[in-house]
Design a protein around this ligand. Structure first.
Ligand SMILES: NC(=O)c1ccc[n+]([C@@H]2O[C@H](COP(=O)([O-])OP(=O)(O)OC[C@H]3O[C@@H](n4cnc5c(N)ncnc54)[C@H](OP(=O)(O)O)[C@@H]3O)[C@@H](O)[C@H]2O)c1
Length: 319
């Protein structure tokens, strides 16, 4: 029988020296149960509090998630804890472009950081990412007035601990990694049961000493909820061949009595080059459910049966 990952075990986040649990929580949909401008709901604050006090040691947000509502909910959860993060919990967030103008330069990063600290109610983030730098060129972002210079300044001043690059297209992510500025890389939807395009780069990044966060092991939900009309992968409608593959995968899961979300999560957990796998949720009960999925014992033969399904069908056609 395969042995599940011990969710309470800690792993070094690359060369940062930070320690993280193999599973971490993503807060991209947190707080969206309330319209913009309203304070976080009790439910969102309770979800945040549960995320911060559960068995997982890293919670990931960004300035832009829910246009600030995710960070505000985390702030409400933290306030319910008297403003004190439990020992060893890494609360990470990201600098984003101005969502109205797309501006993403030096000054915008400093403003983004101020907005995040105000919403969360902290003055320091141990891990701070450059998030989805799509509205500006790589050259401008790396230039003297660019976003990366501001990130380095924040790190040098001690306002943030370590810098990460968090984005989709692998060639872009790798270009930022190769600058040597970043200690952490966050990839998403590209190392899952439906797409393995990040496999080689994840190994290479880990060998360079970077901490690797793998986001969206459920592909944004499809691999947790299963194939159904209107389902999405990586936040876009899933093509018919993807839904058909998920149905075949589901059949293998039923044959081996393995819940599909356990398979999807543990597919990522089995890769030793991944420091931590991010599971997104806005539901408190999911924290415990995620622990159970991570600890589910899956027979080794199951993975052979998954391999026999053939090449995973999702192709971003980008890298
Ligand atoms: N560019 C970036 O930096 C980037 C991009 C993508 C993701 N990320 C990070 O990675 C995190 C994870 O990605 P993601 O949230 O997009 O996708 P995901 O983790 O693949 O899937 C999240 C979805 O799965 C559902 N879910 C979770 N556990 C479940 C369970 N046990 N049973 C049924 N449904 C379940 C959640 O719904 P409920 O709310 O109902 O639990 C949510 O809709 C994000 O939150 C974010 O922190 C970063």
């Amino acid at each position: 029988m395969g042995s599940p990952v011990a969710v309470s075990g800690l792993r070094l986040l690359g060369r940062t020296g930070l320690e993280v649990s193999p599973v971490s929580l993503g807060a991209s949909t947190l707080g969206q149960d309330r319209p913009l401008g309203e304070p976080p709901s009790e439910h969102a604050a309770e979800t945040a509090r549960t995320m911060l006090t559960g068995p997982f040691r890293l919670v990931d947000s960004s300035n832009s998630y829910g246009q600030g509502r995710s960070e505000a909910a985390l702030g409400a959860g933290l306030a319910a804890l008297g403003g004190h993060l439990p020992d060893g919990v890494v609360l990470a967030t990201k600098a984003d472009c101005d969502l109205t103008t797309g501006r993403f330069d030096h000054d915008r990063v400093l403003r983004s950081f101020e907005e995040s600290t105000r919403r969360v109610g902290v003055d320091h983030f141990p891990l701070y990412h450059l998030h989805d730098p799509y509205t500006v060129s790589f050259a401008d972002t790396m230039g003297p007035q660019g976003a990366v210079a501001a990130l380095v300044r924040l790190r040098d001043e001690g306002a943030v601990g370590h810098l990460g690059i968090a984005a989709g297209p692998l060639s872009l992510v790798d270009a930022y990694v190769r600058t040597g500025v970043f200690d952490v890389v966050l990839t998403h939807n590209r190392y899952t049961l439906l797409n393995r395009s990040a496999a080689e780069l994840i190994s290479a990044w880990s060998e360079r000493g970077l901490g690797v966060l793998n986001g969206a092991a459920f592909g944004g939900g499809l691999l947790a909820r299963g194939s159904r009309p209107g389902a999405t992968y990586a936040y876009e409608p899933a093509p018919a061949e993807v839904l058909a593959f998920v149905e075949r995968l589901d059949a293998v899961c039923r044959e081996w009595d393995v819940p599909m979300p356990a398979a999807a999560l543990q597919f990522s957990l089995r890769n030793p080059a991944i420091s931590t796998t991010l599971v997104g949720t806005a539901v408190p009960a999911r924290v415990e459910q995620t622990r159970v999925l991570a600890e589910r014992v899956i027979p080794d033969g199951f993975w052979d049966a998954v391999d026999e399904l053939g090449t995973p069908p999702v192709d971003f056609g980008e890298d």
